[in-house]
Design a protein around this ligand. Structure first.
Ligand SMILES: Nc1ncnc2c1ncn2[C@@H]1O[C@H](COP(=O)(O)OP(=O)(O)OP(=O)(O)O)[C@@H](O)[C@H]1O
Length: 315
């Protein structure tokens, strides 16, 4: 079964508000795709259209080439966490899962397995009304995973989780993708996607700002820069510029080298017996990369609407 998520030319308005405004992107199996953008960017609306809770005005949001409503066994094909609050406060967490499991021919054992997996084994018999937001998120994730689906759509799954919970969900998402599943998670904070997403769809005001690999984005933002600490600045500059690198003196004993990998810088300094105490690659954080990306997209906005999709590396 094809499990690619494909959003194409998607439009949705609420009254005068364009919530989603011509959005297109793809989320592929085996990847965690981060769907990121500020509050009100249209992420939840897109997710709701992916599972048929809202209808597009035009365009499509397909899973495996079909709309969600055409799936024959949705629980086994697509797991979704859209609104962690959507559970009756009097219902116990385990009963919520049991009801869903039994109506789909799944066993109580599967329910207990999942409660264990999401860390709710002991809390499962308590009423959901007493759950913290983090516990409701965990129950929502268990619900999404119940039918062992190859596609997962999780809207702000990190919301409400404590640092241990955030570490846990990052590992879970990575392992679900490593099993070949298509995982789409939304967040309004880039930092939440650090160490979990490997592909990014960045949106703003209902439109695509960028669709890019995380490694590609970080490499572009890091700008092939290497920091060198040496007491022999003059000799180091001579050797490194001789190799075609751009070198800037950035402190009394520090240099910033552009366009030469750290390994090559070390090899050159060693060969020429130039002493150094540090050579390190500058690695941008995802947050820095995001700032750079959205700054560019703002410039595109100012220049006109034709080039909203900015792919780093293409300029
Ligand atoms: N049912 C609705 N009725 C009216 N306007 C809506 C409705 N749902 C969403 N909107 C509007 O559509 C826009 C996109 O909202 P959406 O919730 O999809 O954004 P989001 O990126 O998920 O934001 P957040 O991070 O805050 O969840 C916002 O301006 C929002 O107010």
């Amino acid at each position: 079964m094809d499990t690619t998520i494909e959003v194409s030319g998607l439009h949705k308005r609420f009254g005068q508000t364009p919530a989603v405004d011509g959005l297109s992107f793809t989320a592929r199996p085996g990847h965690v795709t981060g769907f990121v953008g500020p509050n009100g960017a249209g992420k939840s609306t897109t997710m709701r259209m992916l599972v048929g809770l809202d209808l597009p005005d035009s365009g499509h949001a397909h899973i495996g080439g079909r709309p969600y409503r055409a799936l024959r066994t949705p629980l086994y094909e697509v797991g979704a966490l859209l609104d962690a609050g959507a559970i009756h406060p009097n219902r116990r967490g385990r009963d919520h899962l049991l009801w869903l499991a039994h109506s789909h021919g799944l066993s109580a054992r599967r329910v207990d397995e999942l409660l264990e997996l999401v860390g709710l084994a002991s809390a499962g018999r308590r009423r959901a009304g007493g759950y913290s937001l983090g516990m409701r998120q965990r129950l929502g994730i268990a619900t999404a995973l119940l039918g062992d689906p190859p596609v997962l759509l999780l809207d702000e799954p990190v919301n409400g989780l404590d640092p241990e919970g955030i570490r846990w969900i990052r590992g879970l998402l990575r392992s679900l993708a490593a099993e070949g599943r298509t995982v789409l998670i939304s967040s309004h904070l880039m930092s939440e996607l650090e160490d979990s997403a490997d592909h990014l769809v960045v949106v703003g005001r209902g439109r695509l700002v960028a669709e890019t690999g995380v490694a590609e984005l970080l490499a572009a933002a890091s700008g092939n820069r290497v920091a060198v600490r040496t007491e022999a600045r003059v000799q180091a500059i001579a050797v490194l510029t001789g190799e075609g690198a751009a070198v800037a003196a950035t402190g009394r004993d520090t240099l910033t080298v552009t366009d030469l990998p750290a390994e090559r810088v070390i090899a050159l300094l060693t060969t020429h017996t130039i002493p150094f105490s540090e050579v390190s690659a500058h690695r941008a954080t995802l947050e820095e990369a995001y700032m750079e990306l959205t700054r560019d997209s703002t410039e595109f906005h100012a220049a006109g609407d034709s080039a909203l999709a900015h792919h780093p590396g293409e300029d």
